[in-house]
Design a binder for this molecule. Sequence first.
Ligand SMILES: Nc1ncnc2c1ncn2[C@@H]1O[C@H](COP(=O)(O)OP(=O)(O)OP(=O)(O)O)[C@@H](O)[C@H]1O
Ligand SMILES: Cc1ncsc1CCO
Ligand SMILES: [Mg+2]
Length: 253
Amino acid sequence: MSGAARDLTGELLARLRAERPRVHCITNAAAVAYTANVLLAAGCIPSMTVNPPEVPGFIHGASALLVNLGTLDPLRAEAIDVAIRIARTDGKPWALDPVFVERSPTRLGLARDLARRHPAVIRANRAELAALSGSDGGDAAARLLARESGAVVVRTGEVDFATDGTREVEVAGGHPLMALVTASGCAATALMAGFLAVETDRFLAAAACLAFVKAAAERAGATARGPGSFVPAYLDALYALDPQDFGDRIASP
Ligand SMILES: Nc1ncnc2c1ncn2[C@@H]1O[C@H](COP(=O)(O)OP(=O)(O)OP(=O)(O)O)[C@@H](O)[C@H]1O
Ligand SMILES: Cc1ncsc1CCO
Ligand SMILES: [Mg+2]
């Protein structure tokens, strides 16, 4: 399993770099520039417009969509609604990042509505997954949410977990400095949307993205002296990593 998954990670990364999918990101104010830089370093093209009248045009030409609730405001809420409608009409995959749903009942209600609008992937940390699923955010909750929503559910942390309700993987490695750089998770969800654009099996796309991010973070962490020097090292690693650098980090739980 792990060998095949590693080969697939390399293959999907090669596809990403060859096809350069454009990921349209409706994301939070803290994440915009970092997310765009992560996408570019990995081989994708970012676009970040949130002005609702312009969103349909941007989605029509894009390959995938990211919806991130981190700094929700009326403009972004409208942009999200329009963007999902167009993405679904166009048959493009979209990824949901339900940032801080545990901190706002309004946001939690919106995230639950969005989860019913067929996201390809929902990527959350444990607290967000717990709130969204009304549980402890454990593996069983992720599995149930995946079955209910039809999305691949990904929980990130020291060890990442992904499930489509039937298949599941754990991805270890990376570096703790990831948690000290704001928008690490936000940018990873955007990158996952890029992988969804080049692989129709959403579970394999998500697993490959997780392995790629962990491998790049591990390489960056080897030279970083703290969060500040971690960021450029991480961008360089996303840019430079080759398939043989992934290691056997994807495992069955
Ligand atoms: N202790 C850790 N060790 C290794 N990797 C980690 C650790 N904590 C988080 N990560 C990695 O950091 C990335 C972001 O995961 P995290 O769960 O922190 O997201 P998040 O809370 O949504 O972040 P943000 O909202 O700031 O974007 C993932 O790729 C995850 O694998
Ligand atoms: C710090 C912060 N506040 C709202 S979104 C965000 C980025 C991490 O999700
Ligand atoms: Mg987050």
